[in-house]
Design a protein around this ligand. Sequence first.
Ligand code: NAP
Length: 310
Amino acid sequence: MSTEPLFKRLALIGFGLIGGSIARAARAQGLAGEIVATARSPATRARVQELGIVDRVVATNAEAVKDADLVILSIPVGACGPVAEEIAQHLKPGAIVSDVGSVKGMVLRDMAAHLPKTVHFIPAHPVAGTEHSGPDSGFAELFINRWCILTPPEGTNPAAVETLRAFWAALGAKVEIMTPDHHDLVLAITSHLPHLIAYTIVGTADELEEVTSSEVIKFSAGGFRDFTRIAASDPTMWRDVFLNNKEAVLEMLGTFNEDLSKLTRAIRRNDGEALFEHFTRTRAIRRGIVEIGQDSAAADFGRPVAKKAE
Ligand code: NAP
């Protein structure tokens, strides 16, 4: 690249699906003069070193953030507060500090409590992922044409917000700005509740004694397969999502239960008209999602097998 990189030094704390994808995409786009990474376990740090996609792997979070202009935490939501506390006194004044957590309200409160006023704290959530985790699961194209939602606290420096927006746009994402509470409500229905339903239905099928596990696997293409993919998502990440977005998820779950009762009643009463009307409405929603390019109409639901790391 002939132009100056957007950041002199990018520090990545956490190197799983999201951290690893940011590293790969930022390197491919030449967005940082130097990429420094760290992860909690020696095993992950050793693997990152082996992969050779960052400039330096360091052992501690404090070391990682030293002199960094952009610091991104790509770790479970519940760990963000303690890590913010740990790095607070090592941050360079003027640095942008961000995260990628799937919940924003709690993360913002947990991290803001520790971060100094001398840094620009701008939480972010790339709405992109797969059910895979770990340092080998990331890939540079993960964010292309996906949304990244920024939730800057009131009074955040607009220039810093624009710089982070430019970073995510260069990774391929479409960027939107929201309040944290609105983000959490929207994601509760579009992401968190679907995951809860998938975790439930796969667990229920597994517990049914009359359907042997081999039959569950054998006939899984009949709709169940997509639930199993979602239900394979990382347990730590999703435990933290539900514990940290409790209010919004419970609110959406209340509405969901009411709607489920309505459909249950329609089946019990042989009310074909109600069922047909409901399914027609939901089919139109699916078409809308395909039309705006958030998914493809391909039979594999537009999800080619996730690319493995280099
Ligand atoms: P991941 O692949 O499991 O990687 C998690 C990383 O966090 C690993 O490097 C892990 O270190 C580190 N970590 C775990 N617990 C930690 C702790 N207590 N303190 C410090 N580091 C810790 O997870 P991911 O899918 O990249 O998710 C990371 C974040 O992205 C989560 O906040 C999640 O909400 C958000 N997110 C995920 C998706 C998705 O689809 N997966 C999409 C959007 C946003 P070790 O490897 O050393 O254990």
